[in-house]
Design a protein around this ligand. Sequence first.
Ligand SMILES: [Zn+2]
Ligand SMILES: [Zn+2]
Length: 149
Amino acid sequence: MHTAEQRIAAAITAIRAAGGRATGARGAVLRVLAAATHLSAADVHARLAATGARIDLSTVHRVLATLAGLEVVHVVPIGGALTYGLADRPHHHTVCRRCGTVRQLPPSAVAAAIAAATADGTFTTDTAGRDGGVVVYGTCTTCPAGPAR
Ligand SMILES: [Zn+2]
Ligand SMILES: [Zn+2]
């Protein structure tokens, strides 16, 4: 299990390895993402503002797009909004429709679905790596609102 600081350091190493610069804004966004699971750009902006960081929303969008391009974060559409998560560990996702909690699923959990999608050789997938991932919707059994009726 890596600490948040180790994950941020690894992400900055990856940015530099790709020829990018580890700007203050990029580091701040990585810190927010390391402390959460998946966040929209607006959520990232709100959390930055709560720490007193003066980084405007358009900069957050730009930083997230850059980090996604470098495959340091992956982009997952959840509930109609794009969310961003650190992509250092390949994973898929479950999402609670009530509280929005995102949990991570190991790649093996959807291996059979990907095998079926590619079985006839007419299609290949790229969901097993850093880009995107499968999203499984449901409801937490521990959600304060209770299970879906
Ligand atoms: Zn993810
Ligand atoms: Zn829930």
